[in-house]
Ligand binder design. Structure first.
Ligand code: DCP
Ligand code: MG
Length: 242
């Protein structure tokens, strides 16, 4: 993908159409390439909404979202989808095959590249065990694979697209602790230069993040490393201890 993938929010606010209260208020941060930025906050805090502004599922009401210094609303849809791959909170698979699902956003990927993506996503074993392997059928919505398998296939799909920015919305929640840890270690090695923004509930998933943003009722109420926030941020302590 072109550019390096530096994501910047400048005083961003956002409210859903028809709603009185804004969901995001005065959001400013920069997610740098080669670093992991984690977003934590209670349910309804605005984490998914914040991520969704980056690929322009919605447009910011005020302020700007920029990638490599360019406001996202000035990028073409094509440039934007090349730059950003998102693994949504409810990962979705289409009716087709494992390969056709992985090639969504990565049409030109070879089988070898798909296997590489599956390897990082800790999905090699279960795909290999499926009748047909990469050509195994997937039913509409991915109902013939488990929730954890769906998550890993959607992570592999993002990897196959080779973006400069990865968005993971609670993407590791259906995985057991050991698989979660292996997957994150593999990601660290394989997408070391990319910008990673991840939302997580499980504390272990975010303790190694370079920067953690604490979101509360649409505002950033704390930022820093796990150790810094433990010392300084009451909201963070409450979330971590809950
Ligand atoms: N909201 C809305 N319309 C939508 C989506 C959300 O009005 N289409 C509201 C519900 C919440 C707020 O916006 O009050 C923030 O929702 P998010 O989905 O962004 O919240 P989180 O992702 O932080 O919550 P969770 O941890 O449950 O995923
Ligand atoms: Mg959410």
């Amino acid at each position: 993908a072109a550019g390096r993938g530096r994501v910047e929010f400048r005083d961003v606010s956002f409210g859903y159409p028809g709603a009185e209260e804004p969901v995001l208020k005065d959001i400013s941060f920069t997610a740098e390439p080669g670093r992991t930025t984690a977003i934590i906050g209670s349910t309804g805090a605005g984490k998914t909404t914040l991520l969704n502004l980056i690929p322009r599922l919605y447009d910011a009401g005020g302020g700007q979202v920029l990638i490599d210094g360019v406001p996202v609303d000035r990028l073409t849809r094509e440039a934007l989808s090349e730059a950003v791959a998102a693994v949504p909170q409810k990962p979705y698979l289409f009716s087709g095959t494992i390969a056709s699902n992985l090639r969504y956003g990565a049409q030109g990927a070879t089988d070898e590249e798909l296997w590489e993506a599956l390897e990082i996503a800790q999905a090699t074993d279960f795909v290999r065990d499926k009748d047909g392997g990469l050509d195994a059928p997937i039913s509409q919505g991915g109902t013939n694979v488990s929730g954890g398998q769906r998550q890993r296939l959607c992570i592999a799909r993002a990897l196959a697209a080779r973006p400069s920015v990865y968005l993971f919305d609670d993407s590791f929640s259906a995985l057991d602790v050991a698989t979660d840890a292996r997957l994150r270690a593999a990601l660290k090695r394989s997408i070391a230069d990319a910008t990673v923004i991840l939302v997580a509930q499980r504390v272990a998933t975010i303790t190694e993040a370079d920067e953690i943003l604490v979101l509360d009722d649409g505002r950033i109420v704390g930022r820093g490393t796990h150790e810094q926030l433990l010392e300084t941020n009451e909201t963070y302590r409450e979330i971590v201890e809950s």
